[in-house]
Ligand binder design. Structure first.
Ligand SMILES: C=C(NCc1c(COP(=O)(O)O)cnc(C)c1O)C(=O)O
Length: 356
């Protein structure tokens, strides 16, 4: 936990001098994450959005970011904030590769993709995005891998330049630490990011790094269980008369199911369900859940349920929310590690109460 380290002589240290600049516990975690993502360098930040901010600091005023219309609400809000610093952003439907390709500008320097997306569970073809980006520009491709995790998807192996994750979610897996990371292979990009990490200072505490390091040790077991429970819940909901639609890339009904199977080894516990009714039925449903907890965030051992329209994506302008389909009856589920039958029974009783 030390913030400072004794030096042999002035300016001669034993590897560390000050914990913002470098810390043994953080270094251990960064090396572990770089290895898991098949990268070379990892940088840990105080949150997922701090990791996003670190990447955007590679840009300068006048640059352009090409991103997606379906992103985590906080990422959408952050990108819109960057306009005040002269960095412009375009939000496009990146699942339509022609639309994506036609949205490049001569000053596009960063492409930012989430896949699967939060909360619409859209899948973006990473290799196709990389191919088109490198043909049309010298922009970097950054993939937000939070929903899939490096256990199921490794964007660097598909040509991405940077991978970002909110480790608050599956990687820590215990809903007790806020943290983010950026992973790269390129030494020069890593050197610039390392400078910015220290100079801008949004680093995590050594204790949080210890917690995430410990969480990672069971990630391979947790992700398998999240996948099993998530698919069981998705299949239950898909056949339920009180449900309009279920979005889970592992279901054959998902519009990009084949792409998902091609670029991912499996699926986390994330899924989205449209129940019959509107805001009132959604609120009753969420209030009636007993095992699922109504709360923001995702990826922990406990199952969570939320209403993006008024919770995680409330900051997204209403017209953008409507454009991508974030409706009042859209419920996002983060299926945890509880007993499969208990999870299904909880959803069943809440649906029957909300929609008699
Ligand atoms: C808190 C939530 N999301 C955080 C998030 C973030 C931001 O991570 P933070 O650690 O919350 O700063 C980045 N990318 C994705 C895909 C995310 O889902 C949520 O969707 O409930």
């Amino acid at each position: 936990m030390s913030t400072t380290f004794k030096q042999k002589a002035p300016g001669e240290n034993y590897g560390f001098d000050y914990s913002r600049s470098g810390n043994p516990t953080r270094k251990c975690l960064e090396e572990c994450i770089a290895s898991l993502e098949k990268g070379k360098h990892a940088l840990c930040m105080a949150s997922g959005l701090a990791a996003t901010d670190l990447v955007v600091r590679l840009l300068k005023s006048g640059d352009h970011i090409l991103s997606m219309n379906d992103l985590y609400g906080g990422t959408n809000r952050y990108f819109r904030t960057m306009k005040q610093f002269g960095v412009n952003i375009t939000f496009v439907d990146a699942t339509d590769i022609d639309k994506f390709g036609s949205a490049f500008q001569e000053n596009t320097k960063l492409v930012w993709i989430e896949t699967p997306t939060n909360p619409m569970m859209n899948i973006v073809d990473i290799e196709e995005v990389v191919k088109i980006t490198k043909e049309k520009s010298n922009a970097l491709v950054a993939i937000d891998n939070t929903f899939a995790t490096c256990y199921f998807q490794r964007p660097l192996e598909m040509g991405a330049d940077l991978v970002i994750s909110s480790m608050t979610k599956y990687m820590n897996g215990h809903s007790d630490t806020v943290m983010g990371c950026v992973v790269v292979r390129d030494d020069k990009i890593a050197e610039r990011l390392r400078f910015l990490q220290n100079a801008c200072g949004a680093v995590p505490s050594p204790f949080d790094c210890f917690l995430v390091n410990r969480g990672l040790k069971t990630m391979h077991l947790r992700m398998k269980e999240h996948m099993k429970n998530g698919l069981a819940v998705a299949r239950f909901l898909e056949g339920n008369s009180r449900v309009e639609k279920v979005l889970h890339p592992g279901l054959e009904s998902h519009p990009q199911h084949l792409l998902a199977k091609r670029q991912m080894r499996g699926f986390s516990g994330m899924l989205t369900v449209f129940i019959k009714g509107g805001i009132e039925e959604s609120k009753i449903f969420l209030k009636t859940l007993k095992l699922f907890t109504t709360a923001e965030s995702l990826g922990g051992y406990e199952s969570l349920a939320e209403l993006p329209a008024i919770m995680t994506h409330a900051s997204v302008p209403k017209e953008q929310r409507e454009e991508i389909g974030i409706a009042d009856n859209l419920i996002r589920l983060s299926v945890g590690l509880e007993e499969e039958d208990d999870l299904i029974a909880d959803l069943d009783q809440a649906l029957k109460t909300a929609i008699p």
